[in-house]
Ligand binder design. Structure first.
Ligand SMILES: Cc1cc2nc3c(=O)[nH]c(=O)nc-3n(C[C@H](O)[C@H](O)[C@H](O)COP(=O)(O)O)c2cc1C
Length: 324
């Protein structure tokens, strides 16, 4: 399981930073892989409102951290924690820049109508602090978080907000803040960490493995977490394969080939499915292996990719019997 924290305060060691870091440490202790994005330092370029993503499904800005890393991290996240102080009754500008760029993921979902394989399981957690105590203090934050989580296909599972927190470090004096973290971990991390991890490996990890991982994730999402890897370094997923799965409604946008070490962010799988020729060196010698001898489809040949799609479906039927 992977937890992505999005830290919206520019104040290092401030209340939001302190809370989110403590939450992520606790999540790592519970067995999750974690990453904390400091939105204020990331250098994300603001959305241009150009409408390119609504036509193409990708952002016209291709050279900033959002395009090069953060979209991909969101697509791989099982839990996204949006953490922001209240700034003028809303999310901080630093985090809002990141959120606005998720218009691209909104477009993929609502214009292209493709579905993230993790859509039915991804969770969202909101954390916020503010100095004053007004009744509507968190209304703006809640609304933005609701529509942000919807765009990234995350179900908002839990929210923690504290009034009357102003000075740097004031959060540490708030009674129950560590107990609140425990409650949030129980609700959002524990159920996801317990799923069986299945790694699909093919020689390049650019066609068969990602296709099988996405299809298996969609099929078994309530109790299985899948990922994919390849043994050779490859720049991008196979375009014809991505197009083919997209026609069936499955979204592989912003996913990239990964090495076995990068899969699951370094967490060990419980089962490895090797597709095609097996790796020369087994990356997980202690883990149970299955072998699927599915031939590689012909390059850019939609017919053979569709045939592969059908074969993977049939193999997943067999796998269902095994993992139940
Ligand atoms: C630009 C700015 C705007 C703020 N706006 C509000 C506000 O509208 N309501 C409020 O209660 N606190 C407001 N605050 C106070 C912060 O929410 C509060 O100090 C919070 O604890 C800061 O969190 P941090 O330590 O994570 O940066 C504002 C602070 C700043 C710097």
């Amino acid at each position: 399981m992977f937890v992505l924290g999005l830290q919206g305060s520019p104040r290092k060691g401030g209340n939001t930073d302190t809370f989110l870091s403590a939450f992520l440490d606790r999540a790592a202790g519970a067995g999750a892989a974690v990453k904390n994005i400091q939105a204020a330092k990331a250098g994300i370029v603001p959305c241009r409102g150009c409408g390119y993503c609504e036509k193409k499904g990708t952002c016209v800005i291709t050279d900033d951290p959002m395009a090069m890393e953060i979209y991909g991290l969101i697509r791989r996240a099982d839990l996204v924690v949006a953490a922001s102080p209240v700034y003028f009754y809303g999310i901080s500008a630093q985090l809002k820049v990141l959120i606005d760029r998720c218009q691209t993921l909104w477009s993929r979902k609502y214009v292209l109508k493709v579905k993230d394989p993790l859509a039915s399981e991804r969770k969202g957690l909101l954390f916020s602090v503010a100095a004053s105590r007004g009744r509507q203090l968190f209304d703006g934050i809640h609304l933005t978080a609701k529509y942000f989580f919807d765009a990234i296909d995350a179900r908002m599972e839990h929210a923690i907000t504290y009034r009357g927190i102003e000075a740097k470090g004031a959060i540490r004096k708030r009674e129950n803040w560590t107990a609140d973290i425990e409650t949030a971990i129980e609700k959002t991390v524990i159920p996801l960490v317990e799923r069986t991890r299945i790694l699909f490996v093919s020689p390049r990890g650019a066609c068969r493995a990602p296709m099988a991982a996405a299809m298996a994730q969609q099929r078994f999402s309530d109790h299985i977490r899948t990922d994919f890897a390849g043994m050779e370094k490859t720049a991008a997923l196979d375009e014809a394969m991505v197009r083919c799965v997209q026609e069936t409604g499955l979204d592989l946008g912003y996913r990239r080939p990964q090495s076995p070490e990068e899969a699951f962010f370094g967490l060990a799988p419980d089962l490895v499915v090797v597709i095609g020729d097996g790796p020369e060196e087994d990356p997980h010698p202690d883990v149970e292996n299955l072998h699927w001898s599915l031939p590689a489809p012909l390059p850019n040949d939609d017919q053979s990719i569709k045939a592969l799609h059908l074969q993977i479906h049939a193999n997943l039927d067999q796998l269902t019997k095994r993992i139940r």
